[in-house]
Design a protein around this ligand. Structure first.
Ligand code: HEC
Length: 207
């Protein structure tokens, strides 16, 4: 069966899609305004692209992929800074040996302690089923985003800043008569002279 309005419907659909993508002002400019505005817009887009790119390479120093190194973060961490930040936890947790449980369990000796290990505290089954002992690595993941690491845990906390989280972890590690040693930083990958030469060669070629 032929739909006499089929062509119009297609045109309307195309226009609607274009409106969604470009927005009305851009589309009007593109159709009515001619090359001048269109060109300006393209330049804006290009600039935005260029600067995002610049920022990333400035942050990482080079186009080198950043490797997450908890050992190095902990080696640089401040226990005193972590103690200050632990004020964020204090509404639910105590830290001293023998401290009371609150909304969350007491955290003395937490590094190396059994996950869900405070007897008498009403943990979720999610947390208890995780099993094993708390390591710096597991605590790091839990504190970065508790719900992502352990969906359904009763604690809903996110500490996305690596150095601030490392301070908190260092403080948690200190809450013990015999603190667990930090994981070792990753070995530094030596740049050999041959690599440096190769880089140099590439650079020279590019220019
Ligand atoms: C709003 C309350 C609240 C805040 C704030 C909070 N927590 Fe929790 N936390 C909980 C609860 C509730 C649990 C138990 C979770 C479960 O059973 O699933 C928990 C569990 C934990 C556990 C696991 C304990 C165990 O015995 O296995 C750790 C570690 C922990 N929290 C650390 C922290 C740290 C460190 C902070 C601050 C940086 C913090 N929490 C902030 C409520 C909180």
């Amino acid at each position: 069966m032929k739909d006499p309005l089929f062509g119009n419907k297609v045109a309307a659909a195309v226009l609607a899609a274009a409106l969604l993508i470009f927005g009305l002002p851009q589309l009007t400019k593109a159709i009515l305004g001619g090359g001048e505005h269109g060109g300006g817009h393209a330049e804006e887009l290009h600039l935005a692209y260029c600067c995002v790119e610049l920022e990333t390479s400035a942050a990482t120093g080079d186009a080198v992929e950043e490797v997450y190194d908890l050992g190095a973060l902990l080696a640089d961490a401040s226990i005193a800074g972590g103690e200050r930040r632990s004020a964020l936890c204090a509404s639910c947790h105590t830290f001293a040996e023998g401290g009371a449980d609150g909304t969350g369990p007491n955290l003395w000796n937490i590094v190396g302690r059994q996950v869900g290990g405070v007897s008498g505290f009403g943990y979720t089954s999610v947390l208890q089923d995780d099993g094993g002992a708390w390591t710096y690595e597991r605590l790091d993941a839990y504190l970065r985003n508790s719900q992502e690491y352990m969906p359904g845990t009763a604690m809903v906390q996110r500490f996305p800043r690596d150095n601030q989280r490392a301070d908190i972890l260092a403080y948690l590690g200190s809450l013990s008569a015999s603190p667990a040693p930090f994981p070792a930083p990753l070995p530094v990958v030596e740049v050999t002279e041959a690599d440096a030469e190769a880089d140099h060669g590439e650079d020279a070629e590019a220019h």
